[in-house]
Design a protein around this ligand. Structure first.
Ligand code: GTP
Ligand code: MG
Length: 406
């Protein structure tokens, strides 16, 4: 961190100095009024001391990013720059430098140069912004209204921009190949086709039938226990399989009771484990069960420590797999952070809940594509056992594209 002290007459003066010397990312750490000069403690002038700092790894304000040449924008900006420089000179010119005889000439000159520099910097930032805007506009101008509508829709669905741009580009390429402009129906049909094609490699992965132990992990309140009850009901009632429950959720009062209630309704034995050491005993108790669902405590899994804790509990000699449960009411960024941690521990399968509580589905696409996660089920309601179904690419893509499609 680079820290610098400024003694100025007023704060705005310091701000322009800080901006030109330390750059626009600098922060003011402290300001205080001080007195300088004078004679034997008298005639001291009031000044302001400002302490500012900048992270040393921040970009050097002098080293401006390379910009793309755009003659039109350049011409406009050059004009603004010249006008601004003229205005700055006129405004900053002291009314009569000679008349203020006690102030050295160099000071206002220096001040003037700094203020001019500040304005020029501001305008340079404006130029960068205009260039960005003009680039975006150029892209949009070459797009048909239907492609723009598709882009807008996917932005609202919170699909990541990199995937949206890729999709739009792929459809535009098809338009160029066929030398036509697609109708609305064609645009949305191609979008559906491409999205399905991209998601296909990750689809069709239900919870493996040859695996005997399935762990459910995920943040607090996402619906792990409810989901276990839904899946167990399907396995016992529809498939006639012998299911057993283990819970390690002794963290929250009433968590065991919640699963025990479902266990009683479904007539499924339940074992409670307090640590990894209890696991052999629990497995022994459930040895004639064909399928064991293990419930875990919801934790703040944005903390990797909690992820490693739960992962160590899940080490078993049995053939097993772990399913990460994520709720659609969560924020995309938080879901990504959790997924990222679990992926490091080899978790590949994911189950999405609470689809009934949202109409924004882009997060599912982002998570699958960014982390190569394999979606298993989608839960969309609190009713056990009905509100769950296998993840189907085509119905998901329909949800994502919405009724705007076809
Ligand atoms: N709307 C809706 N609610 C759900 C869904 N799945 C679960 N819930 C509700 O979400 C709440 C929490 O569900 P739990 O199953 O206790 O969640 P959990 O992940 O086990 O929670 P912890 O063990 O505390 O981490 C309950 O009120 C459930 O009824 C769903 O798909 N849609
Ligand atoms: Mg639970």
């Amino acid at each position: 961190m680079r820290v610098k002290r400024y003694v100025v007459s007023a704060l705005p003066e310091a701000v322009s100095l800080i901006r030109s010397e330390l750059g626009k990312d600098a922060v003011i750490l402290n300001t205080k009024e001080i007195k300088v000069g004078g004679f034997m403690g008298m005639f001291r002038k009031k000044k302001m001391e400002v302490i500012a700092a900048i992270e040393s790894n921040q970009s050097n304000p002098q080293a401006k990013p390379q910009r793309n040449p755009d003659p039109q924008v350049d011409a406009v900006v050059e004009q603004i720059l010249q006008t601004a420089q003229r205005t700055a000179t006129a405004v900053m010119e002291p009314p009569n430098v000679q008349a203020v005889s006690s102030v050295p000439i160099a000071e206002p000159q220096k001040d003037k140069i700094e203020r001019e520099q500040f304005i020029i910097d501001e305008i340079r930032d404006l130029r960068e912004y205009m260039l960005k805007l003009s680039k975006q506009q150029n892209n949009l101008i070459s797009m048909s209204e239907h492609l723009i509508a598709l882009r807008e829709h996917l932005i609202e669905q919170e699909m990541e921009l990199q995937w949206i741009e890729r999709l739009i580009q792929a459809i535009s390429d098809k338009e160029s190949e066929e030398k036509i402009v697609f109708s609305k129906e064609q645009v949305w049909e191609h979008a559906a086709e491409l999205l399905q094609e991209w998601l296909q490699p990750y689809s069709g992965s239900s919870i493996s039938s040859h695996v005997r132990v399935v762990h459910f992990v995920g943040p607090t309140g996402v619906g792990k226990t409810t989901t276990i009850a839904k899946l167990a009901a399907e396995q016992t009632i529809k498939q006639g399989r012998k299911v057993g429950f283990i819970t390690s959720d002794t963290y929250r009062i009433a968590a065991v009771d919640q699963l025990r209630t479902y266990a009683n309704i479904l007539n499924v034995p339940l074992e409670v484990v307090f640590s990894q050491m209890d696991l052999p005993r629990a497995f022994k108790q459930l040895e004639e069960r064909e399928l064991i669902y293990m419930d875990t405590a919801g934790r703040n899994f944005r903390s990797e420590l909690h992820v490693s804790e739960v992962s160590s509990l899940l080490q078993t000699t049995e053939a097993n797999e772990t399913v990460l449960v994520l709720s659609m009411t969560g924020k995309t960024k938080d879901m990504s952070a959790v997924a990222n941690h679990f992926c490091k521990y080899g978790v590949r399968k994911v189950l999405f809940t609470k689809l009934d509580e949202t109409s924004v589905y882009g997060a599912i696409f982002n998570l699958i594509m960014n982390f190569e996660l394999l979606p298993t089920y989608m839960a969309s309601g609190q009713t056990v056992p009905d509100d769950i179904e296998k993840f189907q690419v085509d119905s998901y893509v329909k949800q994502l594209l919405g009724s705007n499609g076809l």
